[in-house]
Every structure is written in structure tokens, then in C-alpha cells.
Ligand binder design. Structure first.
Ligand SMILES: N[C@@H](CCC(=O)N[C@@H](CS)C(=O)NCC(=O)O)C(=O)O
Length: 198
């Protein structure tokens, strides 16, 4: 059984939502970041960054919420959380999976800190453009790939939920609200929210 290392009210929510969507049993290992449990030698052997979430699948271990989503979606193909190899939808699936850590996360940090960056040199360009691109993508709906829900929605949806609804670092937009309402209506999202509340 996979083991998910998590802590309440953190980015662990992404991995909790993911595991709940799979319908597979998993063990939750509470890793209390308030007590430094994420910086013990045992935990650093799993995630040398000393952050949650992390996942162990037998001897295989990994961290980074988006990577965990990609890994689990492939391990449980019957959960249909990723377009299969060879499906053209995989191109956009991978694009959005990487867009979150590559563009959304740094854009959020830039908005929160107001640090000026050269948009040509910064990999995410301009924060405003990141959210305009995302706005256009989620406006079409219902999901980021159109009719098919995927692990990319878990990564994008939990990131937006974190930034727009929980921490109010990104101004709301009608398209974000409608998309987040669709995410929040999923039973797996609701179960994960209850767990993540601690
Ligand atoms: N890039 C990581 C970020 C994970 C992260 O920043 N986790 C925070 C909680 S939201 C954490 O574990 N902080 C504890 C620490 O840094 O000591 C991911 O996407 O999984």
C-alpha cells in the first residue's frame, strides 16, 4: 500500500485529493511540520527538501505534489486520471501538470512579495499573463482538458484553491470561481478537505 506523508493545511492537500480520487487504499503518515518532523534524518531520506507531501510506494519514494500526481496517475491507470500513452490529449495534460509548479507557483510568490523580475528572463514571464492564460484555459471547462477530468485538474485546482480561496494571494475571477466550484463539488475533494483540516 502507498504511504502518503502529509500535514494539515499544507500543499499536502493536492496529494490527499489525488489519493482520494484513485479510490485505492493508502496509508496516511502525519508529518507534523510544526514540530519539525519533516526535517528528521528518516524523513529527509524520503524528501531531501524536508517538505510535505511525499509518497512511498514500496522502495520507490518521491516528493513534489505535481510529480506525485503524475506518478500515481500512471500507477493506477484504472482511475483514468491521465490520458494514456499515445493519446494526443497527453500533450496538454503534461503542459498543465508542469505549468503549475513552473509558472503558477512562482507567479503567486511574485504577487505576494511584489518582487520585480525581468519577464524575459523569468521562466514564468509576467504574473498577470500567467493568470490570464489560466483564465482562458479554465473558462472553457468543465476541466482543463475539456470534458475529461485528470490529475492536471488536481494540480491546477488545488493550486488555485490555495492561492485564491485559502490565502487570497491571487484576486478572484469569475472563471476561477466557477472552476473551483466544480472542483469543490467532487466527493474526493470534499473528503480530502476534511482530512486536510486536521
Ligand atoms: N514544491 C513543493 C512544495 C512543498 C511545500 O512547500 N510544503 C510546505 C507546506 S505547504 C512544507 O512542507 N513546509 C515545511 C518546511 O519547509 O519546513 C511541492 O509542490 O510539493
Amino acid at each position: 500500500m502507498m504511504k502518503l506523508y502529509w500535514a494539515p493545511r499544507t500543499r499536502s492537500f493536492t496529494a490527499l485529493w489525488l489519493m482520494e480520487e484513485t479510490g485505492q487504499p493508502y496509508e496516511r503518515v502525519l508529518t507534523d511540520i510544526a514540530t519539525g518532523a519533516q526535517k528528521t534524518p528518516e524523513y529527509l531520506a524520503i524528501n531531501p527538501m524536508g517538505k510535505v507531501p511525499a509518497l512511498a510506494d514500496g522502495d520507490a519514494t518521491l516528493a513534489e505534489a505535481a510529480a506525485i500526481c503524475a506518478y500515481v496517475a500512471e500507477r493506477y491507470p484504472e482511475a483514468r486520471l491521465a490520458p494514456p500513452l499515445g493519446d494526443p490529449a497527453r500533450a496538454k495534460y503534461l503542459y498543465w501538470l508542469f505549468f503549475s509548479p513552473g509558472c503558477i507557483e512562482p507567479a503567486i510568490v511574485q504577487l505576494a512579495t511584489k518582487i520585480e523580475m525581468n519577464p524575459v528572463a523569468a521562466g514564468w514571464g509576467e504574473a498577470q499573463r500567467v493568470f490570464d492564460v489560466l483564465d482562458a484555459a479554465v473558462s472553457k471547462g468543465p476541466w482543463i482538458l475539456g470534458d475529461t477530468f485528470s490529475a492536471a485538474d488536481i494540480v491546477i485546482g488545488s493550486g488555485l484553491n490555495f492561492a485564491v480561496r485559502m490565502f487570497k494571494m491571487v484576486p478572484p475571477r469569475p472563471s476561477f470561481d466557477a472552476y473551483l466550484d466544480r472542483c469543490a463539488a467532487r466527493p474526493a475533494f470534499q473528503r480530502a478537505e476534511k482530512i486536510a483540516a486536521g
